[in-house]
Design a protein around this ligand. Structure first.
Ligand code: NAD
Length: 493
């Protein structure tokens, strides 16, 4: 295995100042894959200074969008050229099944291609004339890169989360310091190599691996950062917001969720079961938008539970690199313990454990868990209200639309929601009543680079993806000119 014991700063691989490292494990067998460089505040300072120099003095923010797009497309090609190797690395580091990793990597490349297109459009659309109420003046609104961006990302979609931040930031003309999760740092380090091979100028993208408290916190607190983009848990998001408040950094936060899925009783049961499963078991349920709270109309409640149990029991669990596996291990020992404790808590809270929650009999190593279904989950219980971030679905019955919408919206989160019914008018009405940033009708989870992504309430601030993702990394400047040949005449008459 290749070595990952250096940081990528100012276009070069450098050892961390304190020479520290941490281990990253393969969650399917608990074996160490690599010793990874552990950055501390002095390394973060070097990385931010490199990004600052690249922004203040380097070519990147001054290039035309079309030139930046060429580099972004080369990065996309670099990912596509190494797709299967990178996907395999992602499986070993994160645990997810290989077809899902291949999908993520393809989407990551697609994200760079999409933002290459928006970078090109910026050349013609960065300046918009504004019609003023006083025709002695003329004005334009001009979009400019926000500056040096710090990005801190989680472990559930390592390369994809990196792409969602790096691609729009670079398209906008920003420079960046990226800190991947300490649980899954490897593909972000490969991205640094790919970016260097794509001739991204030194200092434009810096990748620093390390622990949250030693590398993430100094990045969030660094005065040289203009913008912080964070994806992760609510408690860390709150800390990031406090750090950003000190010197009024521009922030965007993509946080957790406990997203509802409302299934009306005119739904096709097989279609409902398919999307419920995709909504919670895909990526081991380690998905911020997972539809983990399912509300099923009483008329089909028991029938749907039976079919869901039957199909859930058929899921092949194992090492994500094995053919046919649909559920890999949970990412880490800590997360595994957290999910197992949530299952025990659900039982003690009086929810009915329909299936799963235990260790699969054929797997004695690795952080494997049978996918779990809880029915009749009490509305006030912890498992109904809090994010578990694992393959555990909580289900409750409902009687009518008003009750379903009320229960769905009764949450401190508001990332995503889904509704299923054959009645399209009802679906549209419910979609508009749901307090969430992403609403799926007759499906759950499909995500498109072109469409806005982000949450209401405690699920976050701001939107990623699409043109909204680019705007995250742009400032708006007005340039106003006095055009009249008459003197202003306020002081000097
Ligand atoms: P986490 O908050 O523990 O860690 C996220 C990142 O923050 C990691 O890189 C970590 O090293 C860093 N970090 C930790 N402490 C820090 C600190 N004090 N200062 C700065 N950085 C720090 O979250 P996680 O366990 O990696 O990810 C799971 C969470 O992420 C879930 O709650 C999930 O819902 C959320 N998530 C949200 C989205 C979304 O788009 N909304 C996407 C993926 C994951």
């Amino acid at each position: 295995m290749k070595s990952y014991d250096q940081l990528f700063i100012d276009g070069r691989w450098v050892a961390p100042g304190k020479r520290g490292s941490f281990e990253t494990l393969d969650p399917s067998n608990e074996q160490v894959i690599a010793n990874v460089a552990a950055a501390t505040s002095e390394d973060i300072d070097l990385a931010v200074k490199a990004a600052r120099r690249a922004f203040d003095e380097g070519p990147w923010p001054r290039m035309r969008g079309v030139e930046r797009a060429t580099v972004l497309r080369r990065i996309a090609r670099g990912i596509r050229d190494r797709l299967s190797e990178l996907a395999e690395l992602e499986v070993r580091d994160n645990g997810k099944p290989l077809p899902e990793a291949l999908w993520d990597l393809g989407d990551a490349a697609g994200c760079f291609e999409f933002y290459a297109g928006l970078a090109e459009q910026l050349d013609d659309h960065a300046e918009t004339p504004i019609k003023l109420s006083d025709d002695r003046f003329s004005s334009i609104a001009r979009k400019e890169p926000v500056g040096v961006a710090g990005a801190i990302i989680p472990w559930n979609f390592p390369m994809l989360m990196a792409a969602w931040k790096v691609a729009p930031a670079l398209a906008a003309g920003c420079t960046m310091v990226l800190k991947p999760s300490e649980l899954t740092p490897l593909t972000a380090l490969e991205l640094a190599d790919i970016a260097a091979a794509a001739d991204l100028p030194p200092g434009v993208l810096n990748v620093v691996t390390g622990l949250g408290k030693d590398a993430g916190a100094p990045l969030a607190e660094h005065p040289g950062i203009d913008k912080l983009a964070f994806t992760g848990s609510v408690p860390t998001g709150s800390r990031i917001m406090q750090a950003a408040a000190r010197d009024i950094k521009n922030i965007s936060l993509e946080l957790g969720g406990k997203s509802p899925f409302i299934v009306f009783d005119d739904s096709d049961i097989d279609a409902a079961v398919e999307w419920i499963m995709f909504g919670i078991f895909w990526n081991q349920g380690e998905v911020c938008s997972a539809t983990s709270r399912v509300l099923v109309q009483r008329g089909i409640y028991e029938r749907l539970l039976d079919r869901l149990e039957e199909e859930t029991r058929k899921i092949t669990i194992g090492n994500g690199l094995e053919e046919g596996v649909l559920l890999g291990p949970i990412v880490s020992r800590a997360q595994y313990d957290k999910v197992r404790e949530a299952v025990e808590r659900g039982v003690s809270e009086g929810a009915r454990l329909v299936t799963g929650g235990g260790r699969p009999a054929h797997l004695d190593r690795g952080y494997f868990m049978e996918p779990a279904i809880f029915a009749d989950v009490p509305a006030e219980s912890w498992i109904w209200n809090e994010e578990i971030f694992g393959p555990v679905v909580c289900i409750r019955p409902f009687d009518d639309e008003a009750q379903a919408v009320r229960s769905a919206n009764d949450s401190r989160f508001g990332l995503a929601a889904a509704v299923m019914s054959r009645d399209t008018v009802r679906c549209e009405r419910v979609a508009r009543a749901l307090r969430a940033g992403i609403v799926w009708i007759n499906c759950s989870q499909p995500t498109f680079t072109e469409a806005p992504w982000g949450g209401y309430k405690q699920s976050g601030i701001g939107r990623e993806l699409g043109e909204w993702g680019l705007n995250n990394y742009l400032e708006t400047k007005q340039i106003t000119r006095y055009e009249s040949d008459q003197p202003w005449g306020w002081y000097i008459k």
